[in-house]
Ligand binder design. Sequence first.
Ligand SMILES: Cc1ncc(COP(=O)(O)O)c(C=O)c1O
Length: 432
Amino acid sequence: MKFYPTVNILGNEKKELLKCLKSKNWSTFKGALGKKDYKKVLSLNSISAGKLKDLEIRFLGGKYVRKLESDVSKKLKVNFCISANSATSCLHMALASINVGPGDEVLVPSMSFNSTATSILYVNAIPKFVEVKKDTFCIDPEDIKKKITKNTKAIIVVHLGGNASDMDEIMKISKKFDIPVIEDAAQAPGCKYKNKYLGTIGDIGILSLTETKNITSGEGGLLLTNNVNYAKRSRLVRNHGEGIILDNLKKKDYENIIGMNYRLTEIQAVIAIEQFSNLKKVNSLRKKNSDYLIKGLKNLNKILIPQKIEKNTEYYPYILKFLWKGDHIIKKKNLLKELNSIGIPFTGGYGRMMHENPIFSKLIAYKNGCPYFCSKNKKISKIYGSNTLPISENLNINFLWFKFIHPPNKKRQMDFIISNFNKILKKYNFEN
Ligand SMILES: Cc1ncc(COP(=O)(O)O)c(C=O)c1O
């Protein structure tokens, strides 16, 4: 049985790409603002920026970049969408725009992709890892409360696999302690919580356009915010902001920008526009396949337990995550071997949890113990490494993941899995 890869042409990518190639405007970003009023330019909302003439304000990018940002901000109902070359860059832009720095702590679940936490090191702050809820696999608000200190300057939540974090509880904590929330919605484009798009509920949200995601431009990321100051600072970080030498930039809020080159090209933006306009369609097909598969495997629901979806969530799956509780019938490792040998691409969980990565467990991110021992954090007790997050570690050991729910995979592929899963278990004398 053939399982198809994620990347798909969904709309007019070819035609639009050709137009862009012929225009020879492949980036058109410029790092300088010239004599333009920087405050006005940086605070233009994405819809207004999308209406600028082609090469009018090149600090904000080319026409396709601005169209992408305008389309996303309209659809997701958020004032600013700021594209970048990856979601990792967006996480960095988000933290830098909140002004998180040396000695600050950022709360983050370990149950995520590495860059959710390594981005915190880019601003010389330190991650403090938080447990996830046992059934939804998303950050546990109760553990957030336990881990807040006077040094906590941001909370990053991850909407794992398309499932929403418990945003009501998280936003209550954020308000009470006055700590901004960054939503890592890399795996949840188009998903909603209480009718709001994930990534637009906290202070800043990020989406990924890398090629494993629901929609892609090869690489790319989108930062979402309604906060004009975060938008200004993010735009500066994205585009060599430290190079702007106008006198009026001395204002305190914009002085400490270390500008990068995180710009998305026009070529990528063209693809992203087409993909984004087909997001709903793609997400619905993912949901159809995943519902069908979960229903087809329902007879195994005591040993193969799907991720519980947070209430009030409009969920579109990224990777289907199950917990395997059938080691008494067949060990997870052997089950994976059996499935893989007949071409069914199930995998285990994360190869290594983030808090077990030596850059954390050995405190070796930069030389001389930085950022762990920078400024305020003279002492750091054993907060990283195995056995510090028992709930997350135990989940990861028992995970069975399945990725190929995207089109053009369909019922045929799902049926193949359902029948073979049952055949394998029958061989090991499993009875319902
Ligand atoms: C939860 C999460 N955050 C961040 C990222 C990073 O995205 P990108 O590869 O676009 O930098 C990923 C990508 O896999 C992810 O799954």
